[in-house]
Ligand binder design. Structure first.
Ligand SMILES: *Cc1c(COP(=O)(O)O)cnc(C)c1O
Length: 393
């Protein structure tokens, strides 16, 4: 076996996923890297502490465990460097702080993951960075905001909760032309289905908690990028000491080995369930970009290689209490935050509390489904019985 220490550029994603970051000859032939629990690293002499001509210098600055995961993510993202953060949220907040300074103005998509918005309105605001939220489907409005100046633009696709599909290449190009740094939370698609850096985005963010980990048992985030941009993120991450413990890094690496296999099944299950729901008259709309008549389908088809297992359904007519009864009536779907794990989940999110530039129709209730790896026939049976338990209007 070739001791492929760095994933070859020529490798296809499945090979990177299976083999990236492995260096068995460095670890007595063991296939996997060790889980290195480390603070102190010893130096042979004072001279080496000065020159730092030694591969590892301190637990915070990297270990063979973190190197292995960083290599796999770099290869999947097409990036020079990856920074590992303790949560997906930290992978959103560290780069935002890294590329801005007091007095700056940033543009953030209105349908952003809600805790990212909380960071912008809290920490960023207190340190003198103003956030303007924009509707990613309103290109004229966006052009106007860019013309007023922006240090950075933060994108996410599809939109959190409501799954609008923005034109990422165009939004990115307009932002770059205006001199703004472009950050994108790409957790929904993962770099298997969309590679932000290939479309001009500067920093590609993943909540590895979701599909990279895949088993609802860890929190981690990754930020991938090139050159000066990722160097800034790395510096801010280091200044804040936002390093990750080795067990979670190892668990993410273990999860990532089956990323492509799991995503294939998540996608297949989600398509089957979404199509069934689209054909059910009790459901108003299915917000899944992979469906032929879903909003944003054309852009999704042009730019994305696939769709994952998270989508929304909406109800118009039933009251919120009726919809809550449907959610409570589900037996296989657990009510809970996060997603991307093997098990199906459901939430009934208050959409309008998470946006400010646009309003969502008050009488259209969104239920978010995370389709897991169960047999879709069982999921459909469960949805069917719970829909049946909704009170008539
Ligand atoms: C879950 C999530 C995050 C945050 O990840 P955590 O690990 O839970 O902090 C960020 N962005 C998106 C789109 C998410 O779904």
């Amino acid at each position: 076996m070739d001791d492929a220490s760095t994933p070859k550029q020529a490798w296809r994603p499945a090979t990177t996923i299976a083999r990236g970051g492995l260096k068995p000859s460095e670890f007595h032939g063991f296939v996997n890297p060790p889980v290195v629990h480390a603070s102190t690293v010893l130096f042979p002499d004072v001279e080496t502490t000065r020159t730092r001509k030694q591969r590892y210098t301190y637990g915070r600055s990297g270990t063979p465990t973190t190197d292995a995961l960083e290599e796999v993510v770099c290869a999947l993202e097409g990036a020079e460097r990856t920074v590992l953060a303790p949560t997906g949220l930290a992978a959103c907040t560290i780069p935002l702080a890294a590329v801005t300074k007091t007095g700056d103005r940033i543009l953030v998509v209105d349908n952003i993951y809600h805790p990212t918005r909380t960071f912008c309105d809290g920490f960023m605001q207190r340190f003198g960075v103003t956030t303007v939220y924009f509707d990613p489907l309103d290109l004229d409005g966006y052009r106007g905001l860019l013309a007023e100046g922006a240090a950075a633009v933060f994108l996410e696709a599809p939109g959190s909760l409501t799954f609008e599909m923005p034109d990422i290449p165009l939004l990115t190009k307009l932002a770059k032309d205006a001199g703004a740094a472009v950050l994108m939370d790409n957790t929904w698609a993962t770099p298997l289905f969309f590679r932000p850096l290939d479309h001009g985005v500067d920093l590609s963010i993943q909540a590895a908690t979701k599909y990279f980990g895949g088993h609802s048992d860890l929190l981690l985030g990754t930020v991938a990028g090139n050159g000066e941009m990722i160097a800034k993120v790395r510096q801010c991450w280091d200044e804040w000491g936002q390093h990750v413990g080795p067990d979670d890094v190892y668990m993410t690496l273990r999860g990532i080995r089956t990323l492509d296999v799991r995503l294939e099944r998540h996608q297949k299950n989600a398509e089957i369930v979404a199509e069934w729901l689209a054909g059910d008259s009790r459901v108003h709309r299915v917000l899944y970009p992979a469906l032929l008549d879903a909003p944003g389908h054309d852009i999704w088809k042009r730019d994305f290689k696939g769709a994952t297992g998270l989508f929304g359904i909406t109800f118009k007519g039933p009251s919120e209490a009726d919809v809550a009864r449907f959610v409570d009536g589900l037996k296989l779907f657990g009510i809970g935050y996060s997603w991307g794990g093997f098990e199906s989940l459901v939430t009934l999110p208050p959409v309008n509390k998470a946006r400010s530039a646009t309003r969502w129709p008050e009488d259209e209730h969104v239920v978010r489904l995370n389709i897991g790896l169960e047999d879709p026939a069982d999921l459909i049976e469960d949805l069917d019985q719970a829909l049946g338990g909704m009170a008539p209007r």
